[in-house]
Ligand binder design. Structure first.
Ligand code: XMP
Length: 304
């Protein structure tokens, strides 16, 4: 990015002059909404109303981290996990699952927006989201997802033309913690897309633990663009001298050019081994771990 300071100044000024009342923002725990919230907070201070909807599909410790990182703002936390699990019940198809999560998100958000009486909506949409939605590659739940009947005076998307790396740069300049600004990408529908097929509570819980393990083992050691784990099905195994039918966990560690293409990392075997040992020991119902060697294309980064 050419001039980060100038970008921030311009966007802060724009928000300042546009927002004559209050503005709502949904924090997700990810880089985009975090950067957006900090920008908006600089512009309008406590007239910014951040809400955090806990979908039940968040990363391990995420609700707590969001509370802590944004303790200088008045964040409203809403635990809506029951509604989200209900919404995806019985849905195996990945796009339908995305839609169900997206629609539930909108409904919960709409209710909160009404209660808040906010005048404006601020969203952390970034350019790759726009491109992928336009091309019909994927239903991003932060693009074009807000219903028209939410009568905001305006929707503000300060990061609309930025790529992820630029967003990170802006985050660093705004003084976001490293944990937040360097955080790897995480899908809007969260762990529901990493619990392939039916996203049951048990499967999502296994996905949450596995993702935390992978993150702990590789983010510092390998600094990949993205590392994740997905529960991709069930397989036979042997645990505690008993035959079991447990989760198969796929591990994916990639470097990427802004998520457009991706290349799997040649992970040193001892690291893979450690990940396997931790997953099959710490997650009671997991009995197999596989490593995905597929680039994007033909694979995508997420499994869905
Ligand atoms: P795929 O799986 O399509 O993912 O190769 C590309 C990148 O986008 C992330 N991703 C999302 N990010 N909202 C987001 O903000 C979403 O709905 C979403 N779905 C996928 C994914 O983690 C990868 O980095």
């Amino acid at each position: 990015m050419e001039n980060v300071k100038e970008f921030i100044e311009t966007e802060v000024e724009k928000i300042k002059s546009q927002v004559d009342g209050t503005a709502l923002i949904a924090l997700s725990g990810g880089v985009d909404s975090s950067v957006c919230a900090e920008l908006a907070y600089r512009a309008i201070g406590n007239r910014l109303l951040p809400i955090f909807i806990d979908t039940g599909f968040m990363r391990k410790g995420e609700p707590e981290q969001v509370r802590e990182a944004f303790s200088h703002m008045n964040v409203k936390v809403i635990d809506a996990s029951d509604r989200f699990f209900e919404a995806v019940e019985g849905i195996e198809d990945p796009e339908l699952k995305r839609k169900a999560v997206g629609e539930t998100f909108i409904r919960v958000f709409e209710e909160e927006a009404k209660k808040s009486n906010a005048d404006y909506l601020i969203q952390g949409t970034i350019y790759p989201d726009v491109l992928e939605s336009e091309k019909g590659i994927k239903a991003h739940h932060n693009v074009g997802g807000m219903p028209e009947k939410m009568e905001f005076k305006g929707v503000i998307e300060p990061l609309y033309y930025l790529y992820k790396d630029d967003v990170r740069e802006v985050g660093r300049e705004l003084g976001l913690t490293v944990a937040l600004s360097e955080r790897m990408p995480f899908p809007g529908p969260g762990l529901s897309v990493r619990a392939c097929g039916l996203a049951t509570r048990e499967k999502v819980a296994a996905a949450r633990e596995a993702n935390a393990i992978v993150e702990e083992e590789v983010m510092e050691a390998l600094k990949p663009w993205q590392a994740l784990a997905a529960v991709i099905g069930k397989g036979t195994g042997q645990k505690n001298e008993k035959r079991v039918y447990g989760w198969i966990i796929a591990v994916r560690i990639v470097d990427s050019n802004n998520a457009i293409t991706a290349e799997p990392l040649e992970v040193p075997y001892p690291i893979l081994k450690r990940i396997q040992e931790r997953i099959t020991t710490e997650i009671p119902d997991a009995c197999r771990v596989v490593y995905d060697v597929t680039p994007k294309p033909p694979g995508t980064i997420e499994f869905e």
